[in-house]
Unconditional design. Structure first.
Length: 283
């Protein structure tokens, strides 16, 4: 597959003809929603659809569990939910397993490409997901392939959207069953929350209205690290309504070896080694 192309494969079951394939560019800098600057951002419209964007690189061990949790969360929504997974330079069966995972509520598509970066892969997933959508009435929920979301994850984001939020930054928790006790204790002590609000920003738990996303240019394809903080800062600078509630959470992996140095896994590794007491204060 050429490095400047992607294959989008809609989830199909028992058709006998295999998944349909459509070639898309992977080097686009912006989602199509970024071409027009909306003028009605202050009005909270009724959300008519939700898209979930997930970058994934060699996540065959996690993708099915993540999709099942999103499927359960979608069952509580009154609007359709579509998931697009950007399988980025994968060498395992991430794409195939994503398409083979049984779901009852969501539709699943996979875009395969060689973006070699979470920000670029997120941008590609959103671009595919937003094709033909009404940006002002579409909510973009972002998470990661190693995350499990609770049943109220989407419903709570939409509640904040209906209250006027253009973007929602949620919190993360660690999987207790997979996290060593000492690391869990360090994380709990370090990950600061304040009542109903917090100051963290995680791409793994980041929701944004489609027109607001396009208004500020979407996920940066040039940011190697901290694409979540970069997008959040642009939303804030644009004067949009952003909220950081503690009632929107996801459970993420406690792995301490990540795709890039300086990311969330690196912060957990510093905590595990007791190298920093504030490794997560700016996450």
């Amino acid at each position: 597959m050429p490095p400047d192309s992607a294959i989008v494969r809609p989830l199909q079951r028992s058709t006998g003809s295999g998944p349909r394939r459509t070639r898309l560019p992977t080097t686009s800098r912006r989602s199509p929603t970024a071409r027009a600057r909306p003028t009605t951002l202050s009005r909270p419209p009724d959300i008519a659809a939700v898209v979930v964007a997930i970058p994934a690189r060699d996540e065959a061990a996690n993708i099915a569990r993540s999709l099942r949790s999103i499927d359960a969360a979608a069952a509580t929504c009154a609007v359709p939910v579509a998931v697009v997974i950007a399988a980025d330079t994968c060498h395992d069966e991430t794409a195939g397993l994503a398409l083979a995972t049984p779901t009852s509520t969501i539709t699943v598509r996979v875009a395969e490409g060689r973006w070699r970066g979470a920000g670029r892969a997120r941008a590609a997933a959103v671009e595919v997901a937003m094709t033909g959508a009404d940006p002002a009435r579409t909510w973009i929920a972002n998470t990661d392939a190693d995350c499990v979301v609770p049943s109220g994850w989407l419903q709570r984001q939409l509640r904040h959207a209906q209250s006027g939020a253009h973007a929602v930054a949620g919190i993360v928790t660690l999987d207790r069953a997979m996290t060593p006790a000492h690391l869990m204790a360090q994380f709990t002590a370090t990950y600061k929350l304040s009542g109903r609000n917090h100051r963290h920003v995680h791409a793994a738990n980041f929701g944004v209205r489609g027109d607001a996303y396009g208004h500020v240019g979407g996920w940066s394809t040039h940011t190697v690290l901290g694409e979540d903080h970069d997008l959040w800062r642009r939303l804030v600078r644009a004067g949009l309504c952003v909220v950081q509630p503690t009632d929107v959470s996801v459970t993420t992996s406690s792995r301490t070896s990540g795709r890039i140095v300086g990311g969330f896994a690196s912060a957990l590794r510093r905590l595990e080694r007791h190298e920093s007491d504030d490794a997560l204060t700016a996450s």
